[in-house]
Ligand binder design. Sequence first.
Ligand code: CLF
Ligand code: SF4
Length: 523
Amino acid sequence: MQSAYISLGDLKANRNALAEPVASESAGGCSSSGGAGKSSCGSSGGPDDMPSEIWDKVKNHPCYSEEAHHHFARMHVAVAPACNIQCNYCNRKYDCSNESRPGVVSQKLTPDQAVKKVLAVASEIPQMTVLGIAGPGDALANPKKTFDTMRQLTEKAPDIKLCLSTNGLALPEMVDEICKHNIDHVTITINMVDPEIGAKIYPWIFWNHQRVTGVEAARILHEQQMRGLEMLTARGVLTKINSVLIPGINDEHLIEVNREVKKRGAFLHNIMPLISEAEHGTHFGLTGQRGPSAQELKAVQDACMGGANLMRHCRQCRADAVGLLGEDRSEEFTLDKIEEMDIVYDIDKRRAYQEKVEAERQAQHQAKVDALADALDASLIAGQEDLKVLVAVATEGQGRVNQHFGHATEFQIFEVSRKEALFVGHRRVDLYCQGGYGEDEQLPSIVNAINDCHAVLVSKIGACPRDELKAAGIEPVEEYAHEFIEKAALTWFADYCGRVASGAIVHQPRGDARIRQGAVMAA
Ligand code: CLF
Ligand code: SF4
């Protein structure tokens, strides 16, 4: 087993340095207009944490608001096949790894096919509020296809938010066009702010009709990314920065990246784990570069708190993803199926449905606020004011504990303390229940995936996995079936503190967990 590259001591030292908010140099964006230095202003923020015009842009965007991602869906259309750079974690046979898991291939579409698909999905999934272009190459290396799709959608589906993702090389020259098409959300993948580090990630870029390599290539890319980010901030476009955490190459450096993007007005910073397997055929996969463990990823994310606001609920979607983050309904909307569908784009019906979804989101928020008071009391009584534990949750959406253990293909991970139940990530797992019976061979890998958690909250669980989880020191909990997640996690935490206080149990720290490397979710 390889040792961890990250020194937690170093990260803690850097975290202190970040505690002083960096003065914003650019106008616009959340960080510079009321949110600077607030760690709550961002993916876990609410209407009190940010100006109302920013809240309007994020409240139903599942990537920009953690709360929203339990209720609202997004979709991608794969209209952008070309790319203008090479990343060492990408194999061009597959989708862009800056926003997708490696090894996934999407069905490529023309702009006309893409628009038809968006209207079909919008008529079937009224809570789909955002259309993103995230590959399968780079959205801005395919400007005609990207903007033709966006232009048509502005006319035909005016209530859908437009979003795109780019490596940033072509960004400065495209900012006018982005604003012209009312694209309010742009993701830039920024893995470094030091070209020497960049040269270890990017072997070449295609620039001014020729291939540029080495540190010079990384320098050009870095300058374009910074300029593009500053220009978008100045124009009031919300930006999210994706960074791929590559142990031993840019892990501690991402703290510097976080600081630099915050200075330039980035709204969110999404630090994603490198997914690296030889079978993906990438340079990193073939040379044995590993991805981070769950604790290594969390350590870097935690060290960045106090800097640019963090997104931790990213699912590294496919370039043709459809549905809530974490679910994939793309198979329901293949071209041949769309041909047979009766597409009725009814904006009033969509709006009415979304109002109901918004009411549910608000109810979840209120339940969380109420449960916090109980958790606070219990932790004080137990003398555990500083206690923080992780819990895993099985959910099908709507922000509730509403999934059977055996049906989960991912667990959402919450860090619970007397102050909050904070979403800190998710773990993909192989399905335990296969056609009505439990697959015991899967259990060790599921336990590995949530091994850092003290409890797993589910709507139901069978006797066999229940016993195995207990033996591994993870408490299976069914008591909060169909409750809102944060309320359930905080109520369980209050109970846990009570049991520690009474001596019924002794609090024990947990170990590390493994981030699943497979490219595709279980069936
Ligand atoms: Fe798509 Fe990206 Fe827009 Fe979201 S995804 S273009 S910002 S609508 Fe979201 Fe998917 Fe993570 Fe991207 S979960 S990979 S962050
Ligand atoms: Fe691959 Fe995306 Fe990098 Fe292009 S930008 S090389 S498509 S990961």
